[in-house]
Design a protein around this ligand. Structure first.
Ligand code: FAD
Length: 464
């Protein structure tokens, strides 16, 4: 009566895709090995979601102190952000979470092999070990989760000192007097908010005609106002043609001929999937436009090999990577599971925040839906007035007739959390009318979502 031999799974990459896939597979009874060439936690923990939010938390404290008088608090003396200490705090947060993942691996008997992994067959991964030498790991299944890195466009002379990627700027130990941020997407806007809060003169350059170009255009316009109020200079519909590193700064020339100068430049123009030198060709894993092709079970063109996270098509977000990891692990372990991307929340941690899910108004119209929209401005809420956080709105997009919710775009206090109210509505096809019957606690910011839902049928109580 022999026990069933458990499945051997090798996961390449320990970001939010890979480490979550590993833990899920282990919980389902697999024998899991994770190969990681750097630190566990990947981009998200070491160079992405978490370090940026740690910096933004410091900025939030500083802003609160600067605005203290408005709240009747007298603050005396000089208030200075100390970047050395801000970075040290950020590093401590990251380290604590690094240890947390390693601890979870131990607890779940997940083996961590430090080194660079390459596919050498559809059931084998060769690792160039960090400590020297090589090890070949045999597996029944392989999950590729190697993530992404900043795209390095040739026009920018990256030197890590004057012209930086998001990787390097997270360790900047001084407040630059001025900074040019290239790209007004999520990463550009978050860093723009941060540097303006700590006192840098910020200039943002964006090729498209508005900031956050993939989000709802009303939301983008509101964010533009927010950035301008922070005295951030915006150059929209502008392309950088030339960049020159000078003795004590950097000079950029726009396509309009306009010249910009600053102490440093951050290039936040997108990320490239890490799929080179992985041996994909050797085993026949198909790619398209720089990403690995997968089905909705996260399996690649090679049976038994799965791919998840930033290396597959779609939104490059940590929670998407994690859910794809769970999906892959389940399918490998015999639990049928398919990805559904209809209700993925998107968070932007600017001040104020952005939370969005489902379609933007433009996407709904382009898809041919007849729509109704509802909107409510935070300034109409008692809670927002009491807290002194009155900027922004919640907007709901619904389908005329079926009354189904197609999307929500929120800009304002706690928006990254508030959006989760609409996630189940989209996922489970709850109508606006049914959602409108949910009693919301008073006074809370989420009343803005309730009022926006009521506004879809012109029934908002507090809309002017
Ligand atoms: P990654 O996190 O990139 O992890 C891949 C891992 O694989 C890395 O550790 C790498 O070292 C390892 N690896 C690569 N190749 C090999 C190899 N051959 N052998 C062994 N190991 C290898 N997303 C959000 O959802 N919310 C946010 O607030 C957010 N903020 C961000 C802020 C910034 C500045 C950046 C850059 C990104 C942010 N993201 C955010 C995106 C998020 O970080 C990514 O979507 C997420 O990390 C992708 O996870 P992943 O597991 O696919 O890959």
């Amino acid at each position: 009566g022999g026990r069933e031999v458990s499945k051997r799974i090798v996961v390449i990459g320990a970001g939010p895709g890979g480490y979550v896939a590993a833990l899920k597979a282990a919980k389902l009874g697999a024998q899991v090995t994770v190969v990681e060439k750097d630190k566990v936690g990947g981009t998200c923990l070491n160079r992405g979601c978490i370090p940026t939010k740690a910096l933004l938390a410091s900025a939030e404290v500083l802003t609160a102190i600067k605005e203290a008088e408005e709240y009747g608090i007298r603050v005396e003396g000089k208030i200075t952000p100390d970047m050395g200490l801000i970075i040290a705090r950020k590093n401590k947060v990251v380290e604590r979470l690094n240890k947390g993942i390693e601890f979870l691996f131990e607890k779940n008997n997940v083996r961590l092999v430090k080194g660079k992994g390459t596919l050498v067959g559809n059931k084998a991964v060769k690792v160039e070990l960090e400590e020297g030498g090589c090890e070949t790991l045999e597996a029944d299944n392989i999950i590729i989760a190697t993530g992404s890195s900043p795209a390095k466009i040739p026009v920018f002379p990256f030197d890590g000192k004057r012209v930086l990627t998001s990787d390097e700027i997270l360790d900047l130990d001084y407040v630059p007097s001025s900074i040019i941020i290239v790209g007004a997407g999520v990463i550009g806007c978050e860093f723009g908010t941060f540097f303006s809060a700590v006192g840098s003169a910020v200039t943002m350059v964006e090729m498209m005609e508005r900031v956050l170009p993939t989000e709802d255009s009303d939301l983008g316009k509101e964010m533009e106002k927010v950035l301008k109020r922070k005295k951030i200079k915006l150059h929209l519909k502008s392309r950088i043609e030339k960049v020159e590193i000078k003795e004590n700064g950097v000079k950029a020339v726009l396509d309009s001929g306009k010249e910009l100068e600053a102490e440093i430049m951050l290039v936040a123009t997108g990320r490239r999937a890490e799929i080179n030198d992985l041996g994909l060709e050797t085993v026949g894993v198909k790619t398209d436009k720089g990403r690995i092709i997968v089905d909705d079970r996260m399996e690649t063109s090679v049976k038994g090999i799965y791919a998840i996270g930033d290396i597959v098509p779609g939104l490059q977000l940590a929670h998407v990577a994690s859910f794809e990891g769970i999906c892959a692990a389940e399918n490998i372990m015999g639990i049928e599971s398919r990805m559904d991307y209809s209700a993925v929340p998107r968070g932007i941690f600017t001040d104020p925040e952005v939370g969005a899910v489902g379609m933007t108004e433009e996407e709904a119209l382009n898809a041919g839906f007849r729509i109704r929209t509802g909107r409510f401005y935070f300034r109409g809420l008692g809670r927002a007035q009491a807290a002194g956080k009155i900027i922004g709105f919640a907007k709901i997009i619904a389908e005329e007739g079926t009354d189904k919710i197609l999307g929500a775009s929120i800009i304002g206090p706690n928006a990254t959390d508030l959006v989760h109210e609409i996630v189940p509505a989209i996922k489970c096809a709850i109508t606006v009318k049914d959602m409108s019957k949910l009693i919301h606690s008073h006074p809370t910011f989420s009343e803005a979502v309730m009022e926006a839902l009521h506004d879809v049928h012109g029934q908002s109580i507090h809309n002017a």
